[in-house]
Design a binder for this molecule. Sequence first.
Ligand code: HEC
Ligand code: HEC
Length: 485
Amino acid sequence: MTQHATRRKSLVWIVLIVLALMIGWLAWANLFRELPQTLADDSIEEFFKYGSIGTEDAAGIPFWIWLVLPKMFPEYLPAPGGWAALGFNWEQGRELPVGFSKKTIGFDRVGINCAFCHSGSLRADAEAAPQIVLGAPATTADILGYQRFLFASASDPRFSAGNILAAIAQVTELSMVERLLYRFVLVPQTRAALLGQKADFAWTDTRPYWGRGRIDPFNPVKVSILDTPVGDTIGNADMEPIWNLRPRVEAGYAFHWDGLNTDLGEVFISSALGDGATPKSVPLDDVQRLQDWAMDLAPPAFADYFPIDQALAAEGKPIYDAECARCHAFGGALTGQVMRLSDSAWEGGQTDPHRAAMWTPEAAEAYNAYADKYPWDFSQFRSTDGYVSVPLDGIWLRAPYLHNGSVPYLSELLESPDARSKAFYRGFDVYDPMRMGFVAEGEDAARHGYWLDTREKGNSNVGHLWGTSLEPDAKRALLEYLKTL
Ligand code: HEC
Ligand code: HEC
């Protein structure tokens, strides 16, 4: 071989290597390069509403696809109005609703965070603008509706690169590299990922709809994380608030409706995993920051929104002390403990058993073994056969009531089960300060709400008979006192 030819050959190699490096860099920069989020400010509230808890990595949706889907497939939403039709809280002028995060990992992706389910809203009347309350249960959000919208869109033949790029072109101009990326990688991959999730969620088709403000919190975890069977369990559960966690931690109270864990750190990290973060993507420092904030987050005061008859409330206090405090006041002998459904202290007051039965000993064991090789670990998951006597702080905003959200008004919880609503609308955010709960009947409620039928499995409104045999005057006084908590 001549010297000349050797030189030419090595030149070709150099060019090829440089090209490969460039393509490699381009691929890395456009698919995997992680950039810090830019939020409007550094406050913890801003982070809670829009910050990343690591769900964009594996479960994120490419931003531009997420943005155009409601325009492309409005027929799969429950009503007109884009994403807002699913009951998300949307602050004026924001790119995303509260509870959604945008993060660049190669490309812009949308994930969800804790505020998706732990920020509520209320209005004094149907004309008023909703007031968002951080840490409150998200009573209007249709979480299963969101999933099903995504699944239906991905199953539609119109979910194609050509159609999606045409829809994106109406709202922004992508660079050529981005267009290629969307056409050949992101659209097909997103479609495949959503169809995979649709198969994972097939079990939801055979049980009662979650409805607004409810989810089945742990059956999805069994399927996607633990590989344990769902069986015929139904875990439909009302959202819980995440305020005032410090007194709960200090007293060693159990968390989640069935008290499946008493370690708040484990509850926080497992919540992020349940939302789609992976053991590698979960940002431990940020999750700790959220936990520190929620420790002292105060529940909203009823009196800041509606008047309280203080004299009547004062009459109600001794009734509360006598009838309720031992299970519900901070410091009560039974507060924060699991009341086993088999316990005679329930006095025949057992509520619907499905949610407790959903979290099996097998699932608890699998979660405790799940993270053994990480710097954090789970060891406190357990299966119980009952529900926690929850502290009643901010109880006015936690309607509908009981773990399955089967009683629309607090006033109704003080009536015997056969006098409680058999069916009602959940998901409307106009508040009724007299009955204490979100308006659950009438045209407006019907337009915004999900019709919850308490005769369906997992939705029963029976049990919790405490207070039901009080005299009407005593009930009125007790109810007024409950407004002060
Ligand atoms: C998709 C909705 C959803 C998201 C997102 C979500 N949660 Fe929850 N969370 C719930 C529901 C529903 C419950 C009650 C579930 C049950 O036990 O049946 C709950 C319960 C809790 C509790 C227990 C409260 C108590 O007093 O027992 C804590 C703490 C909590 N969540 C923290 C978090 C954190 C932290 C995040 C984010 C990392 C998060 N959650 C994300 C729906 C959600
Ligand atoms: C012996 C214990 C005990 C007593 C006494 C008791 N409760 Fe309860 N309470 C519970 C348990 C356990 C739950 C959870 C049941 C469930 O969610 O299915 C609960 C749930 C509730 C809830 C629903 C909380 C929510 O966020 O939806 C309210 C409200 C409530 N109780 C009010 C009262 C009032 C008012 C009294 C007094 C008249 C009272 N309770 C007496 C044990 C008790």
